[in-house]
Design a protein around this ligand. Structure first.
Ligand code: CA
Length: 231
């Protein structure tokens, strides 16, 4: 018998989406509670004490960002934002307000699950990438909380996608990630006409360029994917 895993609170007013998320997380043995609006979500968060919250931005009455603003005054439980808007403003605002990660709708349940697992690992301290202090990989210093990257002490500016790529590679701790996996986790729709695995290659190329002397730390596994050399 497998023991039940962490408790996750889903705050989302789209019932079908809640059902889908619940079904998939319960399949992975998570305990799932849900609320259809921010007010009852706040009550439930205090009562049920979840280990992680999946929070939609677009909610009736109080929206997800207002929820987060209030909630962060009392708790540091990891929050994954669901957003329907691709605008950077929402993302950055959300992260500044204390969201730990986000996925853009439409997302695959696989992508959401991966984010949930990564965040829980971080908050359980099993991975170095705890978001609180910068992580050092060779001469690359990554501050996950502030979304800042330095190479040999010099700041380099990454786009959100490049940052996500670097984050996933570091979280994998040297394990090879396939281009499909990266595509799925970062862009979330591998079957899209305009975005294919070449997009991953292009972003890796730009990321390497920005990592300068540390570029060779990211290696290509021919016809498969990428990995990062951790030490
Ligand atoms: Ca909604």
């Amino acid at each position: 018998m497998t023991a039940l895993r962490e408790k996750i609170l889903v705050i989302e007013d789209e019932k079908d989406l809640v059902r889908l998320i619940r079904y998939n997380l319960e399949k992975e043995k998570f305990r799932v509670v849900s609320a259809g609006d921010a007010e009852s979500g706040l009550v439930l968060a205090r009562k049920a004490k979840p280990d992680l919250i999946i929070l939609d931005i677009m909610l009736p009455k109080m929206d997800g960002l207002d929820f987060l603003r209030n909630f962060r005054k009392e708790s540091q439980v990891p929050v994954v934002l669901l957003t329907a808007k691709r605008s950077e403003l929402d993302r950055i605002l959300g992260l500044k307000l204390g969201a730990d990660d986000y996925v853009v709708k439409p997302f695959s349940v696989g992508e959401l699950h991966a984010r949930v697992e990564a965040l829980l690992r971080r908050s359980n301290g099993q991975v170095n990438v705890d978001g609180k202090k910068p992580v050092l990989v060779g001469a690359i210093e990554v501050d996950f909380e502030r979304h800042e990257v330095k190479v040999k002490g010099k700041a380099t500016s990454l786009t959100p996608k490049e940052f996500e790529l670097l984050r996933l590679l570091i979280e994998a701790k040297g394990k090879v990630l396939s281009r499909d996996q990266l595509l799925e986790r970062i862009w979330g729709h591998g079957k899209d006409m305009e975005i294919d695995t070449r997009t991953v290659d292009q972003h890796i190329a730009r990321l390497r360029h920005k990592l300068k002397a540390e570029a060779t730390r990211i290696s290509t596994v021919t016809n498969f994917g990428y990995q990062i050399k951790m030490n």
